[in-house]
Design a binder for this molecule. Structure first.
Ligand SMILES: [Zn+2]
Ligand SMILES: [Zn+2]
Ligand SMILES: [Zn+2]
Ligand SMILES: [Zn+2]
Ligand SMILES: [Zn+2]
Length: 382
């Protein structure tokens, strides 16, 4: 339907104000998705805590899993099948190394640099997540997932809440009457790279559906998986009751047998209780409080002679301090950039002829819109 700008409030028409506000929200969306200027590959920085993207196309080509940095995900692998892994510690970009054998357009087309041997590749780099090794499907995934902050055993894997508890995928106990679904953490995180290790500050309470017995997201800051805890059981047994540091621990229930699953279907309510009552040697996960860093540091200073505490914290010093995620340089014209400018940037990657055409079209629209909107602005309508 054609917009009729002479008579306001014609159904289906678009006013200048509507137009501008929709443009603003598009701009915000674009900036949320790509807040940084993808100009610099992080390879030369060496091992860094940063956003990493697994490239499944390069994996298919070489048979070797690899991960690339934020800028390379946009500039070098944009038409490849990428899986966003959020942050990994001590990671160096694989683009332009012999691991991907892919030319890094941000580093003069190099394709034979030496890959960093400190990089660790768990199954996330093959698009699999959690103990259950499911493919991550952003469309279908409706549960809550947490990333393990320690990562010693799991390499900072992400875990489903039901897998953390050792339950089979938890189906709603009764026919679903409302649309309430669990929130997918990967969708609710803010600016990429920030707070990516936890999901508790998504600020979206009504979408959270916490499994019965699972800690509430607002009560903890980050998560240590049961595998990493088991690998350092001496240390965690020592601190698990320290309420300055630990918000909660969660025992992992042994995966139920088929007949127990059937019981579950028959008696929904009692299923969890039955499992909880079963006696077994539990593994457990640890949920750390915010401010755990300063309390870990205090513990370290206080127990000079305690070898368990000292050797653990010496191995994982990032637990005692703020451990920022590397952020590529912000887009220069942040704040001033418009959809047109973003569009102009996008067409820079087109073949020259097409790009020139595209720029002309964009400039044309820009001028026309400006001419159209100026009188409104002068009349104080905008
Ligand atoms: Zn890179
Ligand atoms: Zn690739
Ligand atoms: Zn690259
Ligand atoms: Zn799982
Ligand atoms: Zn872990």
């Amino acid at each position: 339907m054609a917009a009729n700008t002479d008579s306001p409030s014609v159904e289906g028409s678009v006013t200048a104000v509507d137009y501008l506000s929709s443009q603003l929200s598009l701009e915000r969306e674009a900036r949320d998705l790509m807040p940084y200027d993808p100009k610099v590959c992080s390879y030369t920085m060496g091992p860094t805590r940063q956003q990493v993207y697994a490239c499944l196309t390069c994996l298919e080509k070489t048979g070797i899993p690899s991960g690339v940095c934020y800028s390379c995900s946009i500039q070098c692998h944009s038409d490849h099948n990428l899986v966003e892994l959020f942050t990994k510690r001590y990671f160096t970009c694989d683009c332009g190394t012999t691991r991907t054998k892919w030319c890094c357009s941000l580093r003069d087309g190099v394709d034979d640099d030496i890959p960093e041997s400190l990089n660790r590749y768990n199954h996330n780099f093959r698009g699999k997540f959690c103990h259950c090794a499911r493919d991550y499907n952003p469309v279908e995934e409706t549960g809550n997932m947490l990333q393990c902050i320690l990562g010693d055993t799991c390499d900072e894997d992400w875990f489903h809440d039901y897998c953390i508890m050792g339950l089979p995928k938890f189906d709603p106990p009764s026919p679903v009457e409302d649309d309430k679904q669990g929130v997918n953490v990967l969708d609710t995180l803010g600016e990429p790279g920030l707070d990516a290790e936890t999901m508790n500050d998504n600020g979206n309470e009504d979408k959270e559906q916490v499994i019965d017995g699972f800690p509430r997201f607002e009560d903890f800051d980050c998560y240590v998986c049961w595998q990493c805890v088991s690998n350092h059981r001496d240390f965690f047994d020592k601190i698990k009751d320290n309420t300055d540091i630990v918000a909660d621990t969660l025992q992992r229930i042994e995966a139920p047998t088929i007949s127990e699953r059937n019981d579950k279907i028959r008696e929904q309510g009692s299923f969890l209780n039955t499992l909880k009552k079963r006696k077994m040697d539990y593994e457990y996960s640890v949920f750390l409080k915010s401010q755990h860093e300063s309390h870990f540091k205090a513990l370290y200073d206080q127990y000079q002679d305690d070898n368990t505490i000292h050797s653990f914290l010496d191995e994982f010093p990032f637990l005692m301090k703020d451990d920022p995620v590397y952020e590529p340089p912000q887009d220069d014209d942040d704040g001033g950039s418009s959809v047109y400018d973003l569009g102009t940037k996008a067409i820079n990657s087109l073949p020259r002829e097409k790009a020139i055409e595209g720029v002309q079209v964009f400039e044309d629209i820009k001028t026309k819109l400006k001419d159209f909107l100026t009188p409104f602005a002068q009349d104080g309508v905008l």
